[in-house]
Design a protein around this ligand. Sequence first.
Ligand code: CO
Length: 499
Amino acid sequence: MTVAPLRDPASGSSEAGPAYDRADWASAFRNVTVELDDVPLTAARGEVPAALKGTLYRNGPGRLERGGHWVHHPFDGDGMITALRFDAGRVQLRNRFVRTEGWQAEETAGRYLYRGVFGTAKPGGWLANAFDLRLKNIANTHVVRLGDQLLALWEAAEPHALDPDTLETRGLSRLGGLLKPGEAFSAHPRFDPGHHGAPRMVTFGVKSGPRSTIRLMEFATDGPEAGSLLSERRDTFPGFAFLHDFALTPDWAVFLQNAIAFQPLPYLLGQAGAAQCLKSKPGARGSFWLIPREGGAHAGEPPRIFEAPEGFVFHHLNAFQEGDEVVVDSIFYADFPSIGPDTDFRAIDFDTIPEGQLVRCRLNLATGSVSSERLNERCCEFAMVNPARQGLPARYGWMAVAERERGNDPLQALMKLDLASGERRVWSAAPRGFVSEPVMVPRPGAAAEDDGWLLCVVWNGARCASDLVILDAASMAEVAVVELPLAIPYGLHGSFVAA
Ligand code: CO
């Protein structure tokens, strides 16, 4: 099965070259040098909406260099949390590094003491790195609120708990004894808005090997029980699993097992990071693994397995059920996008790396068949639906996209895509701005699915600093731009916690 081409009226309309200056793009790769305390900010343009109340938390690598030694890949940078608090038209900024064991030791030493999963080596060549298999839990991938904790997530080990107000690190969290020391805990929880009554946080951990086991966990998020485990199950599948994200419906947790092999020898020998030893299997197909959720129509049944289209997936947009079908919208790459051991990430050639494409797969539970279609051809990443539509049919998706209609470029624009009609609305930060993951925040009491705001931290290459951009989620018109007194490297994931 291959992905059917899209009938897009914009096809072939843009053959122009990239619309950005490479130096602007690369200027975001730097260390965060300050930690700010509740700095009040004013909008440089527009006005911060008075009805927007709560906190936008962002996580991402904040330290990319020590002692003149650069990380091999930004994903190896230590987690730094940014909190933007909105109240009655005002906004305040606070930021803190997560005080992980590795960050504290390296701050004291003034040099890297750990290898990074994405290829960062300790100084001293491969001899200094061989057989050092200690993982540095860098807590840099996502940040979510669970009960009275803010959790800084990194998928290969347990979360760090932070104070939601001060961002001070409370320490590694085993979630009240739920996790074993060092147990994997995904950086991609999904928030069920109430498919089975009260809202829940659903997440997983994966133990990979020749056979891989997924531990699926559902947590209460409201009331006095917030943070407590409501259900869990474990399922074992054949093969090595690389699972970064998953999707959710009322009945299913949906995983896409990429066709990928782990060849650990260069890692053991200190010549490459563990993630650089992931190799795509040419011609091989991945699989969808559907695990029945507790409380759903298939609770207690064994998982269902479907063949996936060719390609590699980090992130999903959403999933939902429609008759006999489970529909999954995912961002597919033609191959696993990795940075080789000899490549400087600041010098990567975007044309040699596959771009993300939004693809809809329909998994038929009655027949076992899978069909797929491309929803849009523009290079995209970091997509989401209105949080109230998580796991349900959604009309709109919001995502970061490239400025050009075709080809792989840095993400410079934000797009609202009508998933039914294909209609698009785009706000662009080009030529000198570079976007990160947008977060859609519904207006309190909103009836329409697109009534709310889109929040995004944008790298401003002209200022060499970060801006908070607030868009109207329906029209994609600019509502406000707030210039932050902070330069934040390209981030990973974040979430909005309503007041
Ligand atoms: Co992710």
